[in-house]
Design a protein around this ligand. Structure first.
Ligand code: NAP
Length: 897
């Protein structure tokens, strides 16, 4: 826009009258432009306020040499208008900053957006006026704006972080920030230049600065992982895929995890050989695509420490191959965070730049900066004389872009800064309780920076504008998140955070890069597709978690928490619902067994253990098959006798194989999974008697099985936990074998169906009330059901071995499991309980699928080790990984009181 026009509009705004609009938007970047377009089309009067003198947002300010996007540009584009998509052609796989800025200017012109944008306008305060239900904005020009709705389209990385180094003001040379690079050409030729910072910006700028400067000194505090961009024209295969069916390509992106249409990878690292893993890695290295390497190698690299370490090691190997000086290579190699936990970078010649004679790397971990002086930078070990210092030191990310820009005062004089003192609190990353009619586009708590921002921006803008239209139609004038919904979202965010590895790195994702900032994963790590479906669910549940009000006392509030399930449980249940499976009980017993066997055949058996041995054991009336899982550590090991789930009707000694392997690895114990006999062929009390007899046989043959002679432990899941519990009672009453502990996972303990969990979770959580009825009918006649050999809760509970009882919140069996734990505790049995919040009946046994079950399995393995008198065995990636509630025995006692 010509300067004269800008000046005219600024003076018009300064004329004193308050501009009245329906919606005010801050920022004219990707989000602000699309918002303006949609709001105007929907008939809302709109003003966009922008500090810069042109559109572009982050792409306006970040003009440093080498600035490019690092999502392929065909994906990093607007998709709301197919004609716009055909009207613009990207010249490169990763477009440069000038090309992206031209694109945004092209969009602004195509939809004639500039007339409603006030450039060079900074908002100085935003205050909610409850009396008129409007926001009042004051600006640096003196002009004021009154709006019904206030939308922050300020981006996530727009508030640069101060360098926090003494003496910056003393430096007599030139100083530049990558985040505020000047418009005019910066001449670096022949100069001694320093770059401080080796995140995405530094890594893009360093190779180009090195080509110009007489000498470049890079000051690195923490090395980042970087992979080569392999830039060039947009890849023909991706362009062809897009063109072949644009609508479905875009739809897949919207439903994907990261906002780019790559399929979900299901294979996990330990299923692949070394050669296969290397081949996949080399393909990814050659592809030059962050989303590809983060999502397509193996499914566990983003969620499992070991799966991630394989990839991180391969990248480290590449760094050592490229960088000739071993000391420099070592300094450039990250060791303090998993790959992807800190934002990985995309580079062009970054590592090779350190082979140039005019480039020096200073490792600040070994020689921290002491100060910046008039002539350069002083560390503990050297003084670098400099003409130019470039700060690539990053941003006060996410909250900085909203909290730091200006005071925002909500209902009752609440300040957003105060509300966020201990970290951002939002509902869906879109709204904040106490701040009516305020929206954030890609705010903290939304997928934002963990996704393709273009896709996330469009989703947010569409959701917000659609809500404003719906409110107008329904006659509502205010919308505000409830405290319950906001607290629920914080819980869901925390649950998602335990799922990924982001919590294991100190990064700007967690606020760790800004001294004194509250720490916690800020972007939503649950994925773009799941997030979109949650936002849509909020709407279909009558705006769950929002209070809407209108004139004449009109009010609507459907209060509540939108996601109570663990995030991966939600995914599994949605997938099962999509499969529209008939109820298992319709198949008949044999049909259900065949179905289960087919289901299990498609599942990986689980991680390797030391040894897997099949055998048979003898019981009265025949023999039973068993499968033994032995740890890879030297024996003899304590023995756990395991009983599988399946309602006394289904399953066998291998049907819980992944769980047995996982528990064998975590506990360091032998698991012997017993194939006890099933109903309806063998009705009550066969399963119970088989369980007891098998335990006796295994205890007697412990040494032959490679186990430690002496007491054994028993464990089981579901009906198998029923068999384990009954076995403990029988062993006590029949003089052995000695059992040192019982692990009961979602046990059946009683024959009544009237506890609340049977009704709360009657359908929709895989194990249904009607399936349980069917199991009971096949196994046990009504007359036998109160026998303690099938309803152990009705038996004598004194003198039983110590127990660890796991129950899941969304399980019909939850309350009878809790009742059994409490009753045993009351009878003097040492009991620990794990009440797994947000989990369902199969959560703990779906190893490698329900990742949030890891913490539960760690705790169960520890309990087994306690029963055996051994110390806990934590894995590195499990530290701090405890989303569920463990109740210690004394807490049960006090709760009972
Ligand atoms: P950044 O990733 O936060 O990197 C800042 C760098 O400066 C880090 O190496 C940091 O070290 C260092 N640093 C900060 N303060 C320092 C100090 N006082 N002394 C020494 N070193 C200091 O920031 P960024 O590179 O600007 O990137 C931020 C984000 O913007 C990226 O992660 C990415 O999401 C986005 N971005 C995207 C693109 C793209 O699309 N291509 C390009 C650039 C940026 P520590 O790690 O030790 O704190």
């Amino acid at each position: 826009m010509p300067d004269a026009m800008v000046a005219a509009r600024v003076s018009e705004a300064a004329s004193g009258t308050t501009q009245q609009v329906d919606v005010a938007v801050v920022g004219a970047g990707f989000a602000g432009l699309y918002l303006l377009h949609r709001l105007r089309k929907a008939g809302f009067t709109t003003a966009v306020l922008e500090e810069a003198d042109d559109v572009g947002g982050t792409w306006y300010w970040n003009r440093y040499p080498g600035a490019r996007c690092d999502i392929q540009t065909i994906d990093y584009s607007y998709t709301f208008d197919p004609e716009l998509e055909s009207a613009w052609k990207w010249s490169e796989k990763y477009a440069t900053q000038p090309e992206i800025l031209r694109y945004l200017g092209f969009v602004a012109d195509r939809y004639d957006l500039r007339p409603d944008i006030r450039f060079r306008t900074r908002i100085t305060a935003a205050t909610w006026d409850q009396a008129v239900e409007r926001w009042l904005l004051t600006t640096n020009s003196g002009a004021t704006v009154s709006c019904r709705y206030y939308i922050m389209a300020t981006g996530c990385l727009s508030s640069p972080k101060p360098p926090e180094i003494d003496g910056v003001k003393d430096f007599k040379g030139e100083i530049y920030f990558t985040s505020r690079w000047p418009r005019e050409e910066v001449k670096l030729a022949g100069k001694r230049v320093a770059v401080i910072g080796t995140g995405s910006s530094g890594i893009q700028a360093i190779p180009l600065i090195a080509e110009q400067a007489a000498h470049l000194t890079v000051f690195q505090r923490t090395p980042s992982f970087a992979i080569p961009a392999q830039n060039g024209p947009p890849p023909a295969d991706r362009v062809a895929l897009l063109k072949s069916d644009r609508a479905s390509y875009r739809a897949q992106a919207r439903d994907s995890l990261a906002g780019v249409p790559w399929p979900l990878s299901t294979v996990v690292s330990w299923q692949l050989s070394d050669a296969e893993r290397r081949e996949r890695f080399e393909t990814a290295w050659a592809a030059g695509d962050l989303i590809y390497i983060l999502t397509q190698l193996w499914a566990d690299q983003g969620v499992d420490f070991e799966g991630n370490a394989v990839l991180a090691d391969l990248v480290r190997e590449k760094i050592r191959e490229i960088v000739k000086n071993p000391e420099t290579a070592a300094a450039l190699t990250p060791h303090d965070h998993p790959f992807g936990a800190k934002r990985p970078c995309l580079d062009t010649n970054y590592y090779a730049t350190y082979n140039r004679p005019n480039v020096t790397l200073v490792n600040l971990r070994q020689e921290p900066i002491k100060s910046i002086t008039a002539s350069g930078i002083k560390t503990d070990k050297r003084t670098a004389d400099l003409d130019v210092i470039v700060f690539a030191t990053g941003f006060d990310a996410m909250t900085g872009a909203i909290r730091a820009v200006h005071p925002i005062t909500g209902r009752g004089g609440k300040s957003l800064s105060d509300v966020w003192t201990h970290g951002p609190q939002t509902y869906l990353g879109l709204t904040v309780a106490g701040f009516p009619n305020l929206f954030m586009i890609t705010g903290p708590g939304s997928p934002s920076v963990l996704s393709n921002m273009a896709v996330s921006i469009e989703q947010h803008v569409d959701w917000v504008v659609d809500r404003l239209i719906a409110m107008r139609e329904a006659g509502f004038t205010t919308i505000e998140a409830t405290e319950t919904a906001q607290a629920g979202w914080a819980q869901h965010m925390a649950d998602c955070s335990t799922l990924t590895l982001h919590r294991l790195a100190n990064t700007w994702y967690t606020g760790a890069n800004v001294p004194g900032k509250a720490q916690g994963v800020m972007p939503y790590p649950g994925g773009v597709g799941p997030y979109r479906s949650i936002c849509n669910e909020v709407v279909s549940h009558n705006m769950l978690g929002f209070r809407l009000t209108g004139p004449n006392g009109a009010e609507q509030c459907n209060d509540g928490q939108i996601v109570r399930l663990q995030p991966d449980v939600r995914l599994v249940l949605n997938m099962l619902a999509d499969m529209k499976l008939p109820p298992l009980e319709c198949f008949g017993a044999q049909g259900a067994r065949d179905f289960l066997a087919a289901f299990n055949a498609a599942r990986p058996a689980g991680r390797p253990v030391g040894d897997v041995v099949d055998g048979t054991l003898t019981v009265t009336g025949g023999s039973l098959p068993y499968r033994l899982y032995r740890p890879a550590t030297p024996g003899p090991h304590p023995i756990v006798v395991y009983f599988h789930g399946g309602g006394w009707v289904l399953g066998d000694q291998v049907s819980d194989e992944p769980f047995c392997r996982d528990m064998c690895r975590r506990s360091g114990m032998i698991f012997v999974s017993v194939g006890y006999r099933h109903a309806p062929e063998h009705r009550f009390p066969t399963a119970a008697e088989d369980g007891y007899a098998a335990t006796r046989w295994i205890a007697e043959h412990a040494a032959d099985l490679g186990g430690k002679p002496g007491p054994v432990m028993v464990a089981g899941w579901s009906a198998g936990a029923n068999v384990a519990a009954v076995t403990c009672q029988l062993a006590r009453d029949r003089g052995g074998p000695q059992i040192s502990g019982q692990l009961l996972v979602c046990p059946v303990t009683d024959c009544t169906f009237d506890r609340p969990s049977y009704n709360d979770n009657a359908t929709g959580y895989f194990l249904t009330r009607s399936l349980m009825f069917w199991f009971w009918d096949l196994y046990c006649s009504p007359a036998d059901r109160t026998d303690p050999r099938v309803s152990p809760l009705r038996g004598k509970l004194q003198g039983l071995p110590p127990a660890f009882v796991t129950t899941c919140e969304f399980d019909p069996l939850r309350d009878e499991g809790v009742a059994y734990a409490e009753a045993m505790s009351a009878a003097g049995v040492p009991v620990e309980q794990l009440k797994a919040r947000g989990h369902f009946h199969t959560s703990m046994t779906m190893v490698d699928v329900v990742i949030t079950g890891v913490s539960g399995r760690v705790q169960m393995a520890d309990a087994l080790r306690r029963f055996a008198g051994l110390p806990p065995a934590w894995r590195e990636g499990d530290v701090g990984f405890r989303p569920s509630q463990v109740v210690a025995p004394h807490e049960i006692a006090s709760a009972a009181e």
